[in-house]
Every structure is written in C-alpha cells, then in structure tokens.
Design a protein around this ligand. Structure first.
Ligand SMILES: *Cc1c(COP(=O)(O)O)cnc(C)c1O
Length: 358
C-alpha cells in the first residue's frame, strides 16, 4: 500500500520543470553526495564541552591552513566578524572599515547592537584599503575623540565584485595600522577564492592579521559554518563570547564534517567557478545593454551595470527564463558562480542573455 508521501511523489509530473540556474549567490549550493556521507558517518560529541572530535579536527585544520594558532567553528560569517569585533574592542571604540564592506552594510547594525562600538567607513579602491586610509581615519588622542582600535579588511571584497586583495598591499595597510597600535581583522568569507585567484597560500593572505576567518558555506558548498582563527588567548575569549551570542553548538561534528569534506574535496572547483564568471562577464561586455570590465572579474562574482534598462527588469526577464541573478542597485546586477552551476548551466545562461539582450 502506498504511503501518503509515496502517493504525493507519484502525482509529480513526469517531466520536472527545468531547475533554475541559480546565480544569486554561492550560498545556494546543496551538499554533494560525498559530503552527505561524511556528515552521516561523523564522529561527534558535545562541542560546548569541547568534546566533539570532528569539530576539534576542523578547527585545527583551518587554523593551520591560515597559519594561526587556534580556530573556532561558528554557525555563520556574521558571527565570526562580530566575535572578532567583540574581542578586539571596548564599548565606545571606533573601527575602520571599507565603505562597501559586509560588516558595514550587511550585518544588521550588530557592531552597535552587540559590542557598543561605532564604525568608520572609508572609501577604498574597489573595496580595498590603502595605507593612507588608515592614516586619514585614525583619530587623534583627545578626550572628545573615540579610540580607534581596529582595522577590518575583506578578501575577496564582495560588494566591489569579488576583488582579490594581494599580499603586498595588505601587508602595507597592516603596517600602517600596526605602527599606530591598531589591531587587524580579516573578513575572509571568500579567502579560498582570493587564494585561487592570486596564487598565494591562504596563510600568506592571513599573515598580516590578528584574526581571520573563512567560510565553508560559500564557494566550498558546505551547508553551514565558518572558522574564526587567531592566537589561542584571543580564540579562548571569542569562544566564551560565542556562547554568550548563542552560538554554542552541541553535536556540531555533523556540520564540521561537511566543512572538512569541503576543504579537502571542493577547493579544486574554485578555478572552474572563476573561469565561468569570466566567460559570463565577456558575454555581457560584448552587448551594448550592459557594462562590465571582464578584466576586473578576479573571482566568482560578476557585478555589471545596465545601460538603459532597470536592473529589476533585466533580472525579471532572466527569471522568466529560469536564470536567477540579484538586483544589486537601480542599474546594477550581481551574478555569482559556484559549484552547482555547471558548464551546461552557463551555456544556457549565455544563450538566454544573447537571445534577450542582443
Ligand atoms: C557572506 C558574507 C559574510 C557573512 O557570512 P554569513 O555566513 O552569511 O553570515 C560576511 N562577509 C562577507 C564578505 C560575506 O560575503
């Protein structure tokens, strides 16, 4: 006898509607088969007691990859950033960030809400700071001025178009900060992509920073999680704060196993994602309806301008063809490649774009 769910399944149409090509974000990926197997067989314990061996191994592995002493598995990138802000600052302090940064634009006002600090956004070049920005934004020592405490950088710079920061420039900014007694934090949500694009090791890209984190749930395709890394004493304090922020997880090894699998098996796919983003950019650049510089596409994010249509109209036309992108401004659209966008998916995307916007 068929169960209710069986009968529902049998009512599904034979030819399923074509899956959309989902270029909205690299967070939409589904766990791969091997990843699901790794999750199912993960050895686990209670991580609030520090007893989950899979979490502990993941933390050690990522810390080593970033050239740091210790790591902390956290549920999200926002939590990694907010823990870093919390451990590096006191209420009333000021933190220098780039104006397009995730911390400034997309974290729900958390720096003020959770740590009682204020941000000092400065406009960089394609999301990147230069040493002069630190000198300019640094507050003087005075009763009336907030204490400047920390500089945050982002690699890759998401909102600027996945721009990859290079070690020499980052080190120069870090030196300007350190010489003024400031700490440095790296939002490395897509540090794996930056490493792929620049050829630098993740540890070299993280070297100038006191704390740095990487996401497992973006290009690497794990369902959940990021790892914040830094010196042992800083991570010990972050761990306590993670509990206070509600981020203490129990048998989190099931999730850490997915992250570990992603690091070992999915990093190799990033080069392919970057090549597909570049191909998409070249397709768009060839059409008068759009403006984009394919040379400026370093990694897996393509941000392009529309010349005479609203971005919302373009996104709607594409959506009707089952190709999904994100409205990023009145005349700006973002497309992001990832491991669930196949070569065929990209062919389809290119064909749809050429058909509608030639
Ligand atoms: C996605 C992202 C974050 C936040 O990560 P979540 O896991 O979504 O909380 C932070 N910084 C950058 C640059 C990001 O792209």
């Amino acid at each position: 006898m068929a169960t209710a769910s069986d009968s529902r399944a049998s009512q599904q149409p034979k030819t399923k509607k074509q899956d959309p090509v989902d270029l909205r974000s690299d967070t939409v990926t589904r766990p791969s088969e091997g990843m699901r197997e790794a999750m199912a067989s993960a050895e686990v314990g209670d991580d609030v007691y520090g007893e989950d061996p899979t979490v502990n191994r993941l933390q050690e592995r990522v810390a080593r990859l970033l050239g740091m002493e210790a790591g902390l598995f956290v549920p999200s990138g926002v939590m990694a950033n907010q823990l870093a802000l919390a451990v590096h600052t006191q209420p009333g302090d000021e933190v220098i960030v780039e104006a397009t940064s995730h911390i400034f634009n997309y974290e729900s006002g958390a720096p003020a809400l959770l740590s009682g600090i204020q941000l000092r956004p400065v406009e960089g070049d394609r999301g990147r700071l230069a040493p002069g920005h630190v000198a300019e934004a640094m507050r003087p020592e005075a009763d009336v001025a907030p204490h400047t405490r920390l500089v945050c950088m982002e690699n890759t710079a998401n909102k600027a178009g996945g721009v990859a920061g290079r070690p020499a420039r980052q080190e120069a900014v870090a030196e300007a900060a350190r010489s003024r007694g400031l700490k440095l934090h790296l939002d490395g949500a897509r540090l794996w992509n930056a490493a792929e694009a620049t050829g630098a090791a993740p540890a070299d890209l993280a070297a100038p920073f006191d704390t740095a984190w990487v996401a497992l749930s973006k290009g690497l395709g794990a369902p959940v999680g990021s790892v914040l890394c830094g010196p042992q004493d800083t991570i010990t304090r972050a761990r306590r704060r993670r509990k206070a922020f509600g981020g203490g997880m129990r048998q989190a090894g099931v999730l850490a196993a997915a992250g570990r699998y992603a690091i070992e098996h999915h990093r190799a796919g990033l080069a392919r994602d970057h090549a597909r983003a570049e191909r998409l950019a070249r397709t768009l650049a060839a059409l008068p309806a759009f403006e984009v510089d394919p040379q400026a596409v370093d990694t897996n994010i393509v941000i392009f301008e529309t010349t005479d249509m609203d971005a919302a109209t373009v996104v709607e036309i594409l959506e009707n063809e089952n190709v999904l992108m994100t409205v990023f401004g009145p005349r700006t659209v973002r497309a992001t490649t990832h491991r669930d966008v196949s070569g065929n998916d990209l062919d389809r995307t290119v064909a749809v774009i050429e058909e509608h916007f030639e």
